[in-house]
Design a binder for this molecule. Sequence first.
Ligand code: SF4
Length: 254
Amino acid sequence: MVSPLKSAAAQLLRIQSFRMAEVIRILKGDYPEAHCYLDFASPFQLLVATILSAQCTDERVNLTTPALFAQFPDARTMKDASKGEIEKLIQSTGFYKNKARAIHETSQVLFEKYRGEVPRDLDALVALRGVGRKTANVILGNAYGIPGFVVDTHVGRITRRLGFTKAKDPVKVEYEVRRFVPESDWVQFSLWLIAHGRTVCTARVARCEECALSKLCPKVGISAHESKSVSDHAISDKGIGRARSSVRKRRVLK
Ligand code: SF4
C-alpha cells in the first residue's frame, strides 16, 4: 500500500509537471525568437564571451569582442597574446584582470589538451579556469546543441517566483527545476526565461498584470502586482566579480 506521504508527493509532482507544461507552452508562443544574446563565430568565441559576461551586460560584451576576436580569434592566437594585450581589449567589461587571466589560461589548456577545441563535456569544461556550471551549460547548449540547463539570475529568480523551487543555489535550482522540463527544451527554456526576465518579470519589477503566466504563477515573494522591493542576487561563475554592490547588480541585470 502506498503511504499517504508518498501519494501526496506524487500528486504534487503531477501538478508541478502539468503547470510547467503550460508555462513552456506559453513561453514558447511568447518568445519564438529567444536566442543567445552573445555574438560568436565559434565555440571558443562563445566561451570567451561568456567569461566576459560575468557581471557585465551582453551588449557591452558584444561591443568588446569584435576587436578582441579580430586579433585573437582562437585558442592558438589567444594563448600567444600577453595578458596585458588581453586586459587592454577587455577593460570595459569590468574585472578585466581576472577575466584576462581566465581567458589566457583557458586558451593555453585548450591548445595543449584539446588541440584548440572546446570540449563537449561538462566535467572537462568546468575544470577550465573561469568556467563554472552556468558557462559550461551555455557552451553545451548554444555552441553544440547538447542539452544544458542554464541557471542565471533570471532563471533562478523567475522559477522561484513561479514556485518551482525555493533554492537560491543555482546548482540546486538546476536539479530541482529541470526534472519538470523535457530535456529537448532545456536550452530554450533558459533563453525564454532570460527574455521574460529582461522584459516582464524583471529583478526590480514583476509586471504581473501584463504577464501571460499570471494565472499559473503563485508569485512567490511578490507582495503586490508589482514589487519594487524585490531584489535578487546576481549569480556569477567561479567568483568572477562576486563582490559588487547591489546597486551595481541591479544595473547590470536590467
Ligand atoms: S506573474 Fe508576476 S511573478 Fe509570476 S512570472 Fe509573471 S511577472 Fe513574474
